[in-house]
Design a protein around this ligand. Structure first.
Ligand SMILES: *Cc1c(COP(=O)(O)O)cnc(C)c1O
Length: 375
C-alpha cells in the first residue's frame, strides 16, 4: 500500500533536527510557552509577511480566537463556504453566531466573489442578522480569490477571517502569502496539513495591533498584558505546546523545498491524468500548496475500487456539503441551495499527495485510473 501522506519519509529527512529540538525542550523544562514558541512565531510572521503571528492549539481554536477577537456572537452572521471542513462553520456556530453559506466557484472549489456579494445583499435585506465577517477558505491548498473578495469586503466594511488551515504558504496573484490576506488569518498544524506538527497545533496572523493584543489575551484565559492573573475578558486555554513548536521549527526549514516538490508532483499528475477526470484548476499567478490533489469524475466509485485493489489509497473531501450536515440542520438549508458545492461533493475524490511522491508512482496511479475509466 502506498501512503496517502508520507510522514515517515519526511521524518527520515529531519530526524536529527527534530530529536535535538525535542531534547532541548526536555532539558529546558519549559513545556508551556517556551523559547521555541516565540522563535516559531517570529519565523511564521516573517514567512508570511504578517506583522504578528500567534501560535495556538489547533486550526479550530485559531478560528475561534479570531471570531472572539472580532466580538462575534449571538445575533451575528458570518458568511463562509458550504464546501469546506466542518470546523469552519462549527467555529461560527460555537460562538452562538449564524453561519451563512455562499456557493463556491466549481473550478477552484473556493468562495465565488460574485455570489458573495449576492449573499451579503440578501442577509442585509432580510435584516434579521447583523453581518459581521467573511470566512473564505483556501481549500485543498489554493488561496481564495482575495483581490476580488477584498473588494467586496471593503465595499460592505466587513473583516475577512482567512481559513488557511489547508493553505499555509499559498500565494495569490498579488504574491501575498497565506494566511496574510485577511484581517485575521488562521492556519492548522494538524499532522496531515502541508505544514504539520506531531499532534494538534495552529496559529493566527494579523497586521492589526489591537486584534493581536486581544488574541494574545484570549490565548490564555483573557489575561491582561501586564498581569496574567488580572483577567480582562473570557478567553481559552489555546496554547501551542513547546514540543510541537520544536517540531515545527525543524519542518519549517525544509518547507520551501517541500513546496517546490509539491509543484512538481502536481505538474506530473496533471500531465498523466489529462483527459481521465476533471483536473484541479489553479488560477493564473496563484501558487497552491497542494494540501490535496482532488479530481472529479462520474466514475469515482469505480476508480476508488480499482485503486484500492491496486494498493493505492484515496479519500473523499468532502462527501457532504456543510448545509446538508445534520449538525447544521437548525439553519434551515435544503438540497439545491448551493448547486456548485453539491455538484463537487457528489463526485470528488483525492489521490495520494505529498512532497515525496515519485514520478513512477504517479504514473502507476494514472495507469490504474485509465483502466478504471476504460481508456
Ligand atoms: C483542518 C481544517 C480546520 C481545522 O484545523 P484543526 O487543526 O484540525 O482544528 C479548519 N478548516 C479547514 C478548512 C481545515 O482543513
Amino acid at each position: 500500500m502506498i501512503p496517502f501522506i508520507d510522514l515517515k519519509t519526511q521524518y527520515g529527512a529531519i530526524r536529527e533536527e527534530v530529536l535535538n529540538g525535542l531534547n532541548a525542550v526536555l532539558e529546558s523544562g519549559q513545556f508551556i510557552l517556551g523559547r521555541e514558541v516565540s522563535e516559531l512565531e517570529k519565523q511564521l510572521a516573517a514567512f508570511t509577511g504578517s506583522k504578528y503571528a500567534l501560535c495556538c492549539s489547533s486550526g479550530t481554536d485559531a478560528l475561534l480566537m479570531a471570531l472572539m477577537a472580532l466580538e462575534i456572537g449571538p445575533g451575528d452572521a458570518v458568511i463562509t463556504t458550504p464546501f469546506t471542513f466542518f470546523a469552519t462553520p462549527e467555529s461560527v456556530a460555537l460562538r452562538g453566531a449564524t453561519p451563512v453559506f455562499s456557493d463556491i466557484d466549481l473550478r477552484t472549489y473556493n468562495m465565488d466573489p460574485e455570489k458573495l456579494e449576492e449573499t451579503i445583499r440578501r442577509v442585509q435585506s432580510e435584516g434579521k442578522l447583523k453581518l459581521k465577517a467573511i470566512i473564505p477558505v483556501d481549500l485543498f491548498g489554493q488561496a481564495a480569490d482575495y483581490p476580488a473578495i477584498r473588494a467586496v469586503a471593503e465595499k460592505y466594511s466587513l473583516p475577512i477571517i482567512q481559513d488557511a488551515c489547508q493553505g499555509f504558504g499559498a500565494k495569490d496573484a498579488t504574491g501575498a502569502v497565506a494566511p496574510s490576506m485577511g484581517t485575521i488569518g488562521c492556519t492548522s498544524f494538524f499532522p496531515a496539513k502541508p505544514l504539520g506538527c506531531y499532534g494538534d497545533g495552529g496559529a493566527v496572523f494579523t497586521d492589526d495591533e489591537e486584534l493581536y493584543g486581544k488574541m494574545y489575551s484570549i490565548l490564555v484565559h483573557g489575561r491582561s498584558s501586564e498581569d496574567k492573573y488580572d483577567n480582562v475578558r473570557l478567553g481559552l486555554n489555546a496554547r501551542l505546546d513547546t514540543m510541537q513548536a520544536a517540531v515545527l521549527l525543524a519542518k519549517l526549514k525544509i518547507f520551501p523545498g517541500e513546496l517546490e516538490r509539491r509543484q512538481e508532483v502536481a505538474r506530473t499528475y496533471m500531465e498523466c491524468l489529462d483527459g481521465l477526470a476533471t483536473l484541479p484548476v489553479i488560477l493564473p499567478g496563484y501558487r497552491s500548496v497542494w494540501a490535496q490533489f482532488c479530481l472529479r469524475s462520474p466514475k469515482f466509485r469505480e476508480i476508488q475500487d480499482v485503486l484500492k485493489a491496486d494498493g493505492i489509497p484515496t479519500a473523499r473531501y468532502y462527501p457532504i456539503p456543510m448545509h446538508l450536515l445534520k449538525a447544521m440542520k437548525g439553519y434551515g438549508y435544503k438540497r439545491g441551495d448551493f448547486p456548485c458545492a453539491e455538484e463537487a461533493a457528489s463526485n470528488i475524490f483525492a489521490l495520494p499527495m505529498h512532497p515525496y511522491l515519485e514520478k513512477e508512482t504517479i504514473q502507476r496511479i494514472a495507469k490504474s485510473i485509465a483502466r478504471a475509466v476504460g481508456q
